[in-house]
Design a protein around this ligand. Structure first.
Ligand code: LLP
Length: 417
């Protein structure tokens, strides 16, 4: 299937690698996230091999999917990690990630998170403000460590993506304004417990064109040259994440072409290149399985009420994102146009609008391209336990996260006496 090399129909049944998805739904119940290990490995290798001989580090953006087995699989391949919280740090370390391959992004790192990352000995803090730099220097002094630092500079480039996931415009909250970068770099070099090691940017997510990446990298390289003039030498250039995937009609650049374009843009310059891909690594490695609970044929609309909801997959509700929805078992019959909705009490709780499907109660569906920002953005809204997660590896099926129980959800709460 286009975009999903490890997922296809065989005799009317949808398979992932060598397992029928309906068998997984029967065994583990729904809603359930299912990932293909082969797809994950293939995506990592595509990034890695495209760099060829150039010194590089792929820092998988953990926020896209932070399941320990996803992290473990990538760690085994030699991947680095881009984290944005103390929780993600703990996950990466638990999964066997190498702390010397961790970069720490984010505009609001707490003192405690900074301390833990210093103690772990991470590769680099991607610093997003002058105040953060001062706090980092202070905490590093207290911990008797030298903090390796990259400034995240906002290149003011239009990523041409959804406004909620565009980060590299000057009106966005991210990064240090380009006009301040040189001054802050020079100041950083004077700080006793800071070592300047890199330069960083990230302009947004789900980019489907190369131009904004190239424009941002050119601006970073021009800055890098100016920094050299000022006696600031960086060891690595972190060009962030953001490569888009195909959900339906999009035609994003292939991983290989994207990496090659970045390498060509950097040219003969020497720094090691870091990138922080999230979505392109896992997005099309995963699907969300759901079961039809009820069909409701109202006068103007047909509703398919399924057992997955906005708490399981928030992207449609939050970004009006389109995920293809297809049956696990193909059946012959007259299709109807359905609103595919969940049980949550909100009109915004939908997984897909106007989908042509032939459906009967209890039918199983796959919500496609759900490997990135699916489970990691899920919540317990409406006191709904979060879904199970399963990884398929050839013909083996592993439960990598058990479905939550309601008792687990209530465990932290105590009644007043
Ligand atoms: N690096 C930084 C600093 C980031 O902020 C992000 C994503 C990435 C890397 C990874 O970007 P990717 O390669 O996955 O595009 N929840 C949204 C996406 C939010 C992205 C936030 N930052 C969605 O579901 O579309």
């Amino acid at each position: 299937m286009s975009g999903f090399p490890y997922l296809d129909y065989q005799h009317d049944q949808l398979w992932i690698e060598s397992v029928a998805l309906s068998a997984i739904a029967q065994k583990f119940g729904t809603p359930c996230y299912v990932y293909s290990k082969a797809a994950l490995i293939a995506a990592y290798r595509a990034f890695d091999q495209a760099f060829a001989e150039r010194d590089h580090l792929i820092c998988y953006a953990v926020k896209a999917n932070s399941n320990l087995v996803i992290l473990q699989t990538l760690a085994t391949l030699g991947s680095g990690f881009d984290i944005v919280s103390g929780g993600e740090l703990q996950r990466v370390l638990k999964a066997g990630g190498d702390s010397q391959k961790i970069v720490f992004s984010g505009v609001g790192k707490s003192s405690d998170e900074i301390r833990r990352a210093l103690q772990a000995g991470i590769l680099c803090f991607n610093v997003e403000s002058e105040m953060e730099l001062m706090r980092l220097n202070q905490i590093a002094a207290q911990c008797q460590r030298i903090a390796p630092v990259s400034l995240r500079v906002n290149p003011d480039v239009d990523a041409k993506t959804h406004p909620y996931i565009s980060t590299g415009l000057k009106e966005n909250k991210f990064g240090i304004p380009m006009a301040d970068a040189e001054r802050i770099y020079v100041a950083a070099q004077q700080l006793s417990h800071i070592r300047v090691t890199g330069l960083d940017c990230h302009i947004g997510s789900q980019l489907t064109e190369l131009d904004p990446f190239i424009e941002a990298s050119q601006k970073m390289l021009a800055l890098l040259d100016r920094l050299v003039q000022l006696g600031v030498h960086v060891e690595h250039l972190d060009l962030g994440g953001g490569l888009g995937i195909r959900y339906t009609q999009e035609n994003p650049p292939a991983i290989h072409d994207y990496v090659q374009a970045l390498c060509a843009s950097v040219g003969q310059r020497s720094p090691r290149i870091l990138i922080e891909p999230g979505r392109a690594m896992v997005g099309n490695a995963g699907v969300l399985l759901t079961r039809v609970e009820y069909l409701k044929h109202a006068p103007h609309r047909n509703f398919a009420i399924v057992d997955a909801a906005m708490n399981d997959l928030m992207r449609p509700a939050l970004y009006d994102a389109h995920h293809a929805i297809i049956p696990l078992v193909k059946k012959m019959g007259q299709t109807q146009t359905y609103q595919v909705v969940g049980p949550v009490c909100e009109t915004g709780d939908f997984l897909g609008h106007d989908r042509a499907l032939y459906l009967e109660a209890d039918d199983l569906l796959a919500v496609m391209s759900a490997g990135a920002y699916g489970m990691s953005m899920s919540s317990n809204y409406n006191t709904r336990p979060r879904a199970a997660e399963v990884m398929v590896d050839g013909d083996s099926v592993h439960l990598i996260r058990a479905r939550e129980s309601i008792d687990q959800l209530l465990a932290g709460e105590t009644l007043l006496n």
